[in-house]
Design a protein around this ligand. Structure first.
Ligand code: FPP
Length: 220
């Protein structure tokens, strides 16, 4: 979800205004994902590196997160996503951790999965997986063993990665899970990324020929 800061700057507004609009767009796109009946979607909201931002920006982002989670719990929605917070949540305040636990619990009956990546980084996730496997005394480690010790345990591999804001890099996002993912890069800043843009990304994906390292037999 890249481009909140630039969206605000282009309007001569503070970065916080961009993050606020970013959360509004997150809500719009999450609703649209339910409409499309997407099985699993992951939003990269805050990376293990994002703590390096100025303290007031980090505090603002944390306040927006608290506001979002509190409102979610208050609204009692009929239609919603099943939340999972992926990342090392120990870095967050006890209040935020409690909200995460509650939202996960109260959304567990919904059908479509929404992962919100917070204090997430793939390198951190992989190191954690290897630590857990070592603690279990696991030998002859298989790719499946690694998958089952990631935050995304039980979820399918990534089909499509969409990055907004014109950047063409992965930035430590779902490195292991996206081994055979398709990539879609959009110049739109995240607050401007619309449901029509998501349709375009999905249409692009639907025209990709996915071989997963194999070959596709064609009749002569
Ligand atoms: C990316 O734009 C945005 C972030 C790193 C933070 C976004 C997270 C939140 C607003 C809180 C999360 C809460 C929910 C519920 C989604 P950027 O600041 O990197 O933009 P730029 O590239 O234009 O500077």
């Amino acid at each position: 979800m890249d481009g909140n800061g630039r969206w605000a700057k282009s309007r001569l507004m503070p970065r916080l205004a961009g993050h606020k609009e970013g959360v509004e767009n997150f809500k719009r796109i999450a609703e649209y994902l339910i409409e499309l009946d997407i099985e699993v979607a992951t939003f990269y909201a805050f990376s293990t590196e994002n703590w390096k931002r100025p303290q007031d920006e980090v505090e603002n982002i944390m306040s927006l997160l608290v506001e979002y989670l509190e409102k979610w719990l208050a609204q009692n929605n009929e239609k919603n996503m099943r939340f999972r917070f992926i990342g090392d949540r120990r870095a967050f305040s006890p209040r935020i951790q409690a909200l995460m636990d509650e939202v996960e619990k109260k959304s567990s009956h919904f059908r479509n999965q929404l992962n919100l990546a917070l204090n997430y980084g793939s390198r951190d996730e992989l190191a954690r997986a290897f630590r857990l496997l070592a603690e279990e005394g696991k030998k002859d480690i298989t790719p499946e063993d690694i998958s089952s010790h990631l935050y995304t345990v039980g979820q399918p591999d990534v089909d499509l990665i969409i990055r907004t804001g014109g950047e063409i890099r992965l930035s430590n996002f779902l490195l292991y899970q996206s081994a055979y993912a398709e990539f879609y890069f959009s110049d739109k800043l995240w607050p401007d990324f619309s449901s029509e843009d998501l349709d375009d990304a999905i249409a692009y994906f639907n025209h990709r020929e996915r071989r997963f390292g194999g070959v596709i037999e064609r009749k002569p």
